[in-house]
Design a protein around this ligand. Structure first.
Ligand code: NIG
Ligand code: FE
Length: 408
């Protein structure tokens, strides 16, 4: 038997290891071998005679899978507090974008920042999420909007995964907004995005490809070209779809076997059916809905009826959702979108992992990654119910406990 065995016992495990239910195991234990869970079950059923190197008594605390934030724009320069104020004074998010603000203003700040500065600010944000139990994070580019700066942002995201105890998945989102140098020439810009993708991919910087298909983003025809370039490289796609209007983007993404379609406030019944048929995950972003004061709800009941798995993510970005808390999104998914607490927690674990194409996490099960969070709570429903504090006490990522989970 390996010498690296560690035992975490006296826990109330929320395994989520079945299609429905919390999968609670009282007086549970987790046996960790290196980076993986070797055994998960009731302490009483643990075989005797194991050579355990380290033992942790969790005092009956709740343990969930490590949280997965499957949609973030974590790497950027500057902030947009003035834009927030402009919106309070009556300007709309779309008006600000059309006037050259919005994503373009973050683009300017991002281009002007050094890679070290971008790394430092993103690492600070990442640590905040990690302290709340996040062990996997997706990070998109999309604020560089030229080859050098897009590639630089993806490299910063990769560096975060190397230097922090956090598993990072990168998504290339060159087709996020039209940079000023391509004003009036969106098709030429899409050509450029498709041209630089192979080099980004060859450098190992891309796990998936995304686009913003909307009135202030790109058309379905332009999005299709980005998806074709991704497909030619064997890269999976995802889409910012039907956030501000129905562009039938979800159906287009489904045609390309997208891992996920995200936002979805304006998703049509046709889009729901297409996603269900393609096995595409619906990533709900209640923080952006809240912060933009949207009034059109995503069709949660239709997604549920169609059996589309629903994930919940932070969408952390400086314009539509400058949040530092995935747990707050869990609460908002319940209050604003009427998910059940169980659906919402599944949305930031199991289904969020699926939205990233990851089958090795999101559930407490032998053989999967030893990613878990220990909570100062009795019941998992409390993680969705309370908002504003941080009940996370310890975080283990790939078998290693890190200090971010232990704020003192
Ligand atoms: O997911 N919708 C497009 N992209 C981001 C917002 C980007 C921004 O405003 O900076 C989103 O909401
Ligand atoms: Fe987004």
């Amino acid at each position: 038997m390996s010498k690296r065995l560690s035992l975490w016992r006296n826990a109330r495990l929320v395994t989520l290891d079945s299609a429905r239910g919390w999968g609670l195991i009282d007086d549970g234990a987790l046996l960790v071998d290196g980076q993986a869970l070797l055994w998960v079950g009731r302490s009483a059923d643990l075989s005797a005679g194991l050579r355990i190197e380290q033992e942790h008594d969790l005092g009956g605390a709740l343990v969930t899978p490590g949280l997965v934030d499957c949609h973030t724009h974590l790497v950027y320069g500057g902030q947009r507090a003035l834009e927030f104020e402009a919106r309070l004074n009556g300007a709309s998010y779309e008006e600000i974008a059309r006037a050259g603000g919005g994503i373009r203003s973050t683009m300017a700040a991002t281009r002007a920042a050094s890679s070290d500065t971008l790394f430092a600010s993103a690492a600070r944000r990442a640590r905040g999420f990690m302290a709340e139990g996040v062990t996997t994070m997706e990070i998109k580019s999309g604020y560089g909007l030229n080859e050098a700066d897009e590639t630089r942002c993806l490299a910063v995201a990769r560096r975060l995964g190397r230097e922090l105890p956090l598993s990072v998945r990168t998504t290339s989102l060159g087709a996020h907004a039209l940079p000023p140098e391509f004003e009036g020439r969106p098709d030429d810009y899409i050509d450029a995005v498709c041209r630089w993708l192979p080099a980004q991919n060859a450098a190992g910087l891309v796990d998936a490809v995304d686009a913003f298909c909307d009135r202030i983003g790109f058309t379905p025809a332009q999005t299709r070209r980005v998806f074709e370039a991704a497909r030619a490289l064997g890269l999976p796609v995802k889409l910012h779809a039907e956030q501000l209007s129905d562009q039938q983007g979800a159906a287009l993404a489904a045609e390309f076997g997208a891992l996920s379609c995200d936002h979805l406030e304006h998703l049509s019944p046709h889009g729901v059916r297409a996603m269900a048929a393609a096995g595409c995950v619906a990533v709900l972003l209640p923080g952006a809905y809240y912060f933009l004061r949207d009034t059109v709800l995503p069709p949660v009941q239709a997604l549920r009826d169609a059996g589309v798995p629903m994930a919940v993510a932070s969408d952390h970005n400086p314009g539509s959702c400058p949040t530092g808390s995935l747990l707050l999104m869990v609460n908002m998914a319940c209050t604003l979108f009427r998910l059940t607490p169980e659906e919402a927690l599944r949305g930031v674990t199991r289904h969020a992992a699926s939205a990233l194409g990851l089958a090795d996490r999101g559930v407490l099960r032998a053989g999967l990654r030893a990613d878990f969070a220990v909570w100062d709570r009795d019941h998992p429903g409390e993680l969705a119910y309370a908002f504003g504090g941080n009940p996370c006490r310890r975080v283990v990522a790939a078998g290693v406990e890190h200090a971010a989970g232990n704020p003192s």
